[in-house]
Design a protein around this ligand. Sequence first.
Ligand SMILES: NC(=O)c1ccc[n+]([C@@H]2O[C@H](COP(=O)([O-])OP(=O)(O)OC[C@H]3O[C@@H](n4cnc5c(N)ncnc54)[C@H](O)[C@@H]3O)[C@@H](O)[C@H]2O)c1
Length: 322
Amino acid sequence: MKILVTGGAGYIGSVTVAELIERGQEVVVLDSLEEGHREAITRGARLVVGALADGANTEKVLREYGIEVVVHFAAYSLVGESMENPAKYFINNVVNGLKLLEAMRGAGTGKIIFSSSAATYGSPTRVPITEDHPTVPINPYGESKLFFEKILHRYHAAYGIDCISLRYFNASGATHELGEDHDPETHLIPLVLRVALGQSPSVKIFGTDYETKDGTCVRDYVHVSDLAAAHVLALSCHGEHAYNLGDGHGFSVRQVIDAARKVTRKEIKAEEAPRRAGDPAVLIAGAEKIRRELGWEPKRITLEEIIGSAWEWMEKHPKGYK
Ligand SMILES: NC(=O)c1ccc[n+]([C@@H]2O[C@H](COP(=O)([O-])OP(=O)(O)OC[C@H]3O[C@@H](n4cnc5c(N)ncnc54)[C@H](O)[C@@H]3O)[C@@H](O)[C@H]2O)c1
């Protein structure tokens, strides 16, 4: 299959590109490189440096390479920043996403697999969160992802474009070659491992009085290779679908820090801090639907495996891809 991966130089995109290449697919990456890394593009994939704001360029790329499917990762995804500067998020995640869809219509590309998010649900009223849980995002980032899902719904109904939205929970871990290198980094596991590497003095635990077993927030960590595998399965989907991508198990912030201490054999200093606004106590995916319908089975599910893979990559790349 001929596949365009937007944002394929980023964290999850680059691992998915590697997986697609491994399976013999023809991959073109479209990435502005404003966040991503040229070094993260697997050999065999073609890189076109360009921004989705330039819809005419996207349409040209789709035509030139005879693209059949778009896997759409390109977006901004910092929740805190989206509260301060919602315009940045609506413009990139919604307006530029629409430009991509228009380019697809122009070029006759019939399928899109979209990186959606657990942030579309907002504060859960029940866990595990299944796909039929109300979607009431509590920040502009989550709203931008939900708006784009709604746009996809209309594009499917009116123009027959196949739309598969994958709602990721907490992407984590690394492969031997590819890992997480964000600036700024906001994700817990790399932040904890930076302490183990001696790059920061301590990690902050935001909130220790939640109604969870140890008082800290619980999240569903899904290994980035398992996310990539789900995209491969989604290639065969037709119609319109939304699937959660999580393992269905949650780990608390303290459990993550403890597991990281075991894996790295470093002390890892933790500092207790007040709760952050808008952090739900527990986010755990009900991911039965994708298991049942597409046969997805996450393979790297223990914290030790997830953190161990991230640690291996970070030890080899203490400065990221630089
Ligand atoms: N990391 C997570 O835990 C997580 C969870 C839920 C959803 N997601 C979603 O998954 C996707 C990938 O996340 P990630 O962590 O790999 O992000 P990332 O920032 O590492 O990758 C995004 C890539 O998109 C590129 N990009 C952004 N805007 C662009 C544009 N307008 N034109 C061209 N390229 C552009 C960036 O340069 C970057 O390489 C995002 O859509 C994100 O919202 C991520």
